[in-house]
Design a protein around this ligand. Structure first.
Ligand SMILES: NC(=O)c1ccc[n+]([C@@H]2O[C@H](COP(=O)([O-])OP(=O)(O)OC[C@H]3O[C@@H](n4cnc5c(N)ncnc54)[C@H](O)[C@@H]3O)[C@@H](O)[C@H]2O)c1
Length: 383
């Protein structure tokens, strides 16, 4: 059986996501396992070319992980005819121009979200990739979480009957940087650097909602900055110009209502850092990153409101965990395997730049809703 190697230009690998999830947990893990096994019995593996701004950091990464090629010059990397994929995990504000260059050099595109800073910029990328006939994909990692895979299985099995409501809680306390240093990069809290809860998380919520429940047709959102001042990586105080929380209602196809609270200023009282409760006529479920608990119609207890008596029911114990009856790989790696297989086969990737534009549309509409104080209808791109 044949073994093929795809060379991947990886930009932004010194960053949190680029390094941990995409380089180490995905591309290097795939390489260490001898590549992805295709249905034909052939294998396709990946070899990274590291691109970044700091030559010393890149050299150290390359030495540590046995990577032959690295450069601080993206243009030079793009002239490498043996590399067929360009991957981007840079800060969002740097992404569009780099992707356009890569498209110009004829590379297939895989990128972190959001694909750009505005809908118009995202559409520009879609058009450029389409005209050049290139395969393109955008990270949809949350769809590959074990909890959401279990949830999808419940939906496909008809467990819920008619789904009418989805309620999501996402977030945790991100330290301001004075008492303890912040555990997320400071650019996330500066609008001028591409930060902001809505721009960060609505692209995720869009693909989660459209792939599990239906396309978003309207949004009503309130974006706020609860913590107005933070301290950066150098300990300098700065003004947080971006929203650090968003409270939103999403109206989906088939009359499904989704509400999602997203906050970097909330203390966790949940089983997991994100949880979605789904209610349907025949059953309900609460899915997190890993777990998914269910309560069927026939098991639903009958709560009775009585403020005179203390609660004796243990409501949490009335749900049943779905067992881990499948093996789950890291979600970023699972999507990389799919993308590499798609490039090898020359077929489109399911989660493409057009899906990335819909993510930006939702972010745009969410920000507009918050600024104007009204519900914003959405005509989904590519529908
Ligand atoms: N899929 C997810 O769950 C997820 C989670 C977090 C972040 N992200 C996305 O990944 C991207 C990177 O986020 P991160 O958390 O890894 O950020 P990070 O700050 O840790 O990394 C940013 C990377 O961009 C590079 N960079 C290039 N030009 C830059 C510039 N002018 N200023 C600062 N850095 C520059 C940095 O060197 C670094 O490699 C963002 O677009 C973000 O939206 C996705």
């Amino acid at each position: 059986m044949a073994q093929r190697t795809v060379r991947v230009i990886m930009n932004g690998v010194t960053g949190r996501m680029g390094y941990r999830q995409h380089l180490v947990r995905s591309i290097l893990a795939i390489r260490a396992d001898g590549g992805v096994l295709l249905s034909s019995g052939d294998r396709v593996t990946a070899e990274p070319i590291l691109v970044g701004r700091n030559a010393e950091k890149l050299a150290a990464l390359a030495a540590e992980h046995d990577v032959a090629d690295f450069t601080t010059d993206l243009d030079e990397a793009l002239t490498d005819g043996s590399a067929s994929i360009y991957f981007d995990a840079q800060v969002t504000s740097e992404r569009k121009k780099s992707i356009l260059k890569a498209i110009g050099a004829g590379k297939h595109i895989y990128t972190e979200k959001p694909i750009a800073e505005t809908v118009t910029e995202g559409e520009e990328l879609v058009t450029a990739a389409r005209e050049a006939g290139l395969i393109n994909g955008v990270v949809h990692d949350k769809l590959y979480l074990p909890g959401l895979i279990k949830l999808k299985r419940l939906i496909d099995s008809g467990f819920f009957g008619r789904i009418f409501s989805v309620r999501g809680e996402f977030g945790y306390w991100v330290f301001e940087g004075d008492l303890l240093s912040g555990q997320r990069p400071s650019w996330n809290y500066r609008a001028e650097d591409g930060g902001g809860m809505i721009l960060d998380m609505f692209p995720h919520w869009n693909y989660v909602l459209e792939n599990l429940f239906g396309k978003v047709q309207a949004v009503t959102a309130k974006a706020v900055t609860h913590i107005p001042e933070r301290w950066d990586e150098q300990g300098r105080k700065y003004t947080a110009t971006a929203d650090d929380a968003a409270y939103a209602i999403f109206e989906l196809e088939d009359d499904v209502i989704a509400q999602i609270n997203s906050s970097w200023a909330v203390r966790v009282d949940r089983g997991e850092l994100v949880e979605f409760q789904v209610d349907g006529t025949h059953g309900s479920a609460v899915a997190g990153l890993f777990g998914c608990r269910i309560q069927h119609r026939v098991q639903t207890p009958m709560p009775v409101w009585n403020p005179d008596l203390p609660t004796t029911e243990d409501y949490r114990s009335q749900w049943e965990q779905i067992p881990d009856n499948a093996e789950f790989t890291n979600g970023f790696r699972a999507q990389w395997e799919q993308f590499l297989s798609d490039v090898d086969a020359g077929r489109p990737h399911a989660y493409d730049l057009a899906a990335g534009v819909r993510g930006l549309q939702l972010a745009d509409a969410g920000l507009a809703s918050s600024a104007q104080g009204r519900r914003i209808p959405i005509e989904a791109f590519g529908s």
